[in-house]
Design a protein around this ligand. Structure first.
Ligand code: NAD
Length: 500
């Protein structure tokens, strides 16, 4: 199952460039940093994959200047031509799908199955926005007074996209594609824990025909890059995907300029199961909601709210199904989930499970051992965990774990279910399970969330708006709605009536 270090280096060389040159990507060049040494760990073994140097502020500024120059060229392309280039980028992602998925799986720890699905989604994201380039435009306003008044939708300029480690390539594409479609250039700052597939994407973008510098990548620590990039007047917007804590710091730095942000932050989503639901389907979905990507998923259904009449039976069934969720090596074709991406996150998950048990939760399955891997190999493997008899005041019910840990909370009435669901600082996603269609829509209307599923969990498409409320962030990062995020409106007036 394990890949050799020479296989890995060959994979990096084919998609990115020489492993010794890893750093930022500016124009058409890999630009190694000069700061502290950063080590990429294989989550499946905790062995070193490669090392690279943190970037520095001169590289960040140079990357932004390169973006600024390229953006002028890119925005001067016809809308149709921009669409063709983005469609071609989608095709190139399809061409390199298997090596991209392999690199993503090895470095992020997600399973190869999940990585393949996300790479396919990345191609779809570029196809989708390629279609928007010549369909999103201004309009003519029927003002009184005889003037012609029309609006132009103009690109912002250079957008800074800061992304996390849980789905590196997918989240990069999700946020880059609409910005590019609207004629912006993008400086992408991926997580320092997963920098490689972003570099591969930037190379493909050039090959597809984006002017050199339209998509640059800076690789290094958030503290090295964040304030410099946000404070540089070239940056006109920040899209940030990551933790609520970092999101607050990014928001504060952007407010100093001021420039606008789009924030996609954490979640603690409620998956609400009424006693009249199809419990078999609800159980299958509850497992996926909690465990997909080994719980490293912002929209995870990490609070399972179950009506009291079926609580014991349902939670026990979910526990049995979660126990069968196969955690394995990322390249194991049969694994349902892989390791946790990094040791601090792995240890946080262990601490949070222990904290939940100390608070009085009962262990249904999983728990703190740090060794959920069937063959007891090294690596950051956790046991998917179900905790029952949780109430919503416990910290384990209120804080994001970002691991395969679900807390089961009982409720009696519809009103109580809604109250519990909404008693959270987060408001990203949620689901309701019931055969009562009127109740399903009532609950969907009243739960505070940017995304709500009825009798299903987790389906998403780039055509549909995605985003959260409250501590889960603001703005919508997909669908037609997000195109407003990446354009500014100009209102143009001209007198045309006789005597005007
Ligand atoms: P994080 O906040 O630690 O890091 C995210 C990114 O921010 C990284 O690239 C990091 O280097 C950078 N960063 C760190 N400090 C910075 C600073 N001061 N200025 C600018 N950038 C800085 O998050 P993470 O641990 O990488 O990711 C996990 C979190 O992401 C979870 O909370 C999860 O819910 C959230 N997430 C949200 C979504 C969503 O769409 N809502 C999607 C995926 C992940």
């Amino acid at each position: 199952m394990n890949h050799s270090s020479s296989d890995f280096n060959a994979l990096v060389a084919s998609l990115v460039g020489s492993p010794t040159d890893i750093g930022s990507y500016i124009g058409a060049e890999l630009v190694p940093g000069s700061g502290a040494t950063l080590t990429l760990i294989d989550p499946a073994t905790e062995q070193t994959l490669l090392q690279f140097a943190d970037t520095d502020t001169t590289i960040v500024d140079a990357a932004l200047r390169s973006c600024q120059a390229a953006q002028k060229q890119w925005a001067a392309y016809s809308a149709q031509r921009r669409g063709e280039v983005l469609a071609q980028l989608g095709q190139l992602v399809r061409r390199d799908a298997e090596p991209l998925a392999r690199l993503e799986a090895i470095t992020s720890g997600k399973t190869i199955k999940a990585a393949r699905a996300q790479v396919a989604a990345v191609a779809e994201i570029f196809r989708y926005y390629a279609g928007w380039t010549d369909k999103f435009h201004g309009s003519v306003i029927p003002v009184p007074g005889g003037q012609l008044n029309y609006t132009l939708r103009e690109p912002l300029g250079v957008v800074l996209a800061i992304t996390p480690w849980n789905s590196p390539l997918y989240l990069a594409a999700w946020n880059i594609a609409p910005a590019l479609a609207m004629g912006n250039a993008v400086l992408l700052k991926p997580s320092e824990l997963t920098p490689l597939t972003a570099l591969a994407l930037a190379r493909l973008a050039r090959e597809a025909g984006l002017p050199t510098g339209t998509l640059n990548v800076v690789n290094g620590l958030g503290k090295t890059i964040g304030d410099t990039a946000i404070g540089n007047p070239i940056t006109k917007k920040v899209v940030f995907v990551g933790s609520t804590q970092t999101g607050r710091a990014v928001n504060a730095a952007a407010a100093q300029r001021p420039i606008s942000c789009l924030l996609e932050l954490g979640g603690k989503s409620a998956n609400i199961v009424f006693d009249d639901a199809n419990l078999e389907q609800a159980c299958k979905a509850a497992v996926i909601a909690a465990c997909a990507n080994t719980g490293q998923n912002c929209a995870a259904g990490s609070r399972l709210l179950v009506q009291r009449a079926v609580y014991d039976r349902f939670v026990e069934t979910v526990g049995r199904a979660v126990a069968e969720y196969r955690i394995g090596h990322p390249l194991d074709e049969t694994a349902d989930g892989g390791p946790i991406n990094n040791r601090p996150q792995f240890e946080r998950i262990q601490r949070m499970i222990a904290m939940g048990l100390e608070e009085g939760a009962q262990l249904v399955t999983g728990g703190v051992t740090g060794d959920g891997h069937e063959s007891h190999e090294p690596g950051l493997y956790v046991k998917p965990t179900v905790l029952s008899h949780v109430n919503n005041t416990m910290r384990i019910a209120r804080e994001e774990v970002f691991g395969p840990v679900v807390v089961a909370i009982p409720f009696d009435t519809e009103a109580e279910a809604i109250d519990i669901a909404n008693d959270s600082e987060f408001a990203l996603a949620g689901a309701v399970w019931t055969r009562d269609i009127a109740r399903a829509h009532r609950v969907a209307a009243q739960v505070n969330a940017g995304l709500l599923w009825i009798n299903m969990y987790r389906d998403m498409h780039v055509a549909s708006p995605f985003g959260g409320n409250d501590s889960s962030g603001y703005g919508r990062s997909s669908g037609a709605e997000c195109l407003y995020e990446y354009t500014k409106t100009k209102s143009v007036w001209v007198p045309i009536a006789a005597g005007c």
